[in-house]
Design a protein around this ligand. Structure first.
Ligand SMILES: O=C(O)CCC(=O)N[C@@H](CCC(=O)O)C(=O)O
Ligand SMILES: [Zn+2]
Length: 334
C-alpha cells in the first residue's frame, strides 16, 4: 500500500510523510496537505465532477468513524477502491485523537463560523485550519459539494444511527440527500432551522455544500467498535466515491425531526433533571421540568412529542446542553 494511505498511522504518530504526493497504479493522486489532511484526485478522464469531504476525529475519542475513513483510504491506496470524485479526508483533532479525549481545552465542533476568532489555543487554530482546508477544497466552480462529518455519541440512543442536517438561509432540505442517507443506514434525520457553529454548519452555510453530521453509535476506544455497525454507510460511501451509486428516492422508514429548542447552559448553577444514563431520543412529557439555571430560568416541556438528544450538563457555560426535538414531516423538502 502507498505510504500516504497510512494517514491515520502518520497522524497518531504526529509524523509528516517523507513524500507528500503519491500516485496509485490507476493514476489516482494522493496529496498530504497538513496533519490529518489528505486530498485524493482521480485521473482527469475518470473525474465525474463531484467533491466529497469526509471528516472524523473532530472529537478525538470517537474512533469508529476514524477507523471507517482509515479503511476507505487503505482501499484507495491499494487500488481496490477506484475514485471518480475528488475527496478530502480530514481527521479533525489529532492531539485529542492521540490522547483518546473528546477535546483538550475547547470542543472543536463549537468553533466554526467565526467562533475560532473569539478564542485562543490549539483547537481554535485547528478549527481555522479546517475551515481553510475545506474552503480551498470546495473552491472549484461547477462541481457538486458533499460533506459527511462522522461522529459517535457519548450515550446510548433509542435510534442508533441518525443525521443532523444544517440550515441555510433560502435553501430547502433536499429529499434526494435524505434518500441517500436512508440508503446509507440512517434511521432518522434532524432538520435544523437556524445557524450553528459546527463544522457542517460552516460547510453548508459558507461553502454551499450539502453537509451532514452523522451519528453512528456510541463512542468507544480504538479497536473496540464491534458494536458499531457502519456496513451500510461504508458500502454507500464506496459507491459514492466510485460514482456507482444505485438510484434511490425512497425515504421508507426514515424518521424526520425538527429542532424545537436548544437548551443552553448559562451558568455553573445549571441543573439538568435527567438520569445520567438517559438515552438520546428519550421522550419527555408535557409539563416536565427539564432544567433550571440562574435567575430562576426554567426549561419546562411545552411541546407535544418532545424528545431529547445530546443532553450534557458538563458543557462549558454558553454552550448547548441538549436539543429538544419534535417529529416533523417531509412537507418542506425540495
Ligand atoms: O453525544 C453527544 O452528546 C455529542 C455527540 C456529538 O459529538 N455530536 C455532534 C453533533 C454536531 C451537530 O449538532 O451537528 C456535536 O455535539 O458536536
Ligand atoms: Zn462527536
Amino acid at each position: 500500500m502507498l505510504a500516504l494511505g497510512k494517514l491515520l498511522e502518520l497522524t497518531l504518530a504526529g509524523r509528516e510523510p517523507a513524500q507528500k504526493i503519491q500516485l496509485t497504479v490507476d493514476g489516482v493522486q494522493m496529496r498530504w496537505l497538513s496533519e490529518g489532511a489528505l486530498e485524493v484526485r482521480p485521473p482527469e478522464a475518470k473525474d465525474n465532477g463531484g467533491d466529497l469531504l469526509l471528516s472524523s476525529g473532530i472529537h478525538g475519542n470517537e474512533t469508529a468513524p476514524i477507523e471507517l475513513l482509515d479503511r476507505l483510504l487503505h482501499g484507495i491506496a491499494r487500488g481496490e477502491i477506484k475514485p471518480r470524485h475528488r475527496i478530502l479526508f480530514l481527521f479533525g483533532n489529532p492531539e485529542a485523537m492521540r490522547r483518546g479525549e473528546r477535546y483538550l481545552e475547547l470542543d472543536v465542533n463549537r468553533l466554526f463560523n467565526g467562533r475560532h476568532e473569539q478564542n485562543i489555543g490549539p483547537e481554535a487554530m485547528r478549527a481555522a485550519e479546517l475551515e481553510q482546508l475545506a474552503r480551498t477544497f470546495f473552491s472549484l466552480p461547477g462541481r457538486s459539494r458533499l460533506h459527511y462529518d462522522l461522529h459517535t455519541a457519548i450515550r446510548g440512543s433509542k435510534i442508533e444511527q441518525f443525521a443532523l442536517y444544517p440550515w441555510k438561509e433560502g435553501r430547502q432540505h433536499s429529499r434526494h440527500e435524505l434518500a441517500r442517507l436512508c440508503a446509507a443506514g440512517m434511521q432518522a434525520v434532524l432538520l435544523q432551522n437556524k445557524t450553528s457553529i459546527t463544522f457542517t454548519a460552516f460547510t453548508c452555510e459558507q461553502l454551499d455544500a450539502e453537509a451532514f453530521t452523522l451519528e453512528l453509535g456510541k463512542a468507544r476506544p480504538f479497536g473496540q467498535n464491534q458494536g458499531v455497525n457502519v456496513s451500510r454507510l461504508e458500502t454507500r460511501l464506496k459507491q459514492i466515491i466510485e460514482g456507482a451509486e444505485p438510484e434511490t428516492e425512497s425515504l421508507d422508514g426514515l424518521q424526520l425531526f425538527a429542532v424545537s429548542r436548544e437548551v443552553i447552559k448559562h451558568s455553573d448553577a445549571f441543573l439538568l433533571h435527567l438520569p445520567a444514563d438517559v438515552e438520546n431520543f428519550s421522550a419527555l412529557e408535557k409539563g416536565y421540568l427539564l432544567a433550571e439555571d440562574v435567575a430562576k430560568t426554567r426549561w419546562v416541556i411545552e411541546e407535544e412529542g418532545a424528545r431529547i438528544i445530546f443532553p450534557n450538563p458538563k458543557v462549558k457555560n454558553g454552550l448547548r446542553a441538549g436539543i429538544l426535538i419534535v417529529p416533523t414531516t417531509d412537507a418542506g423538502l425540495a
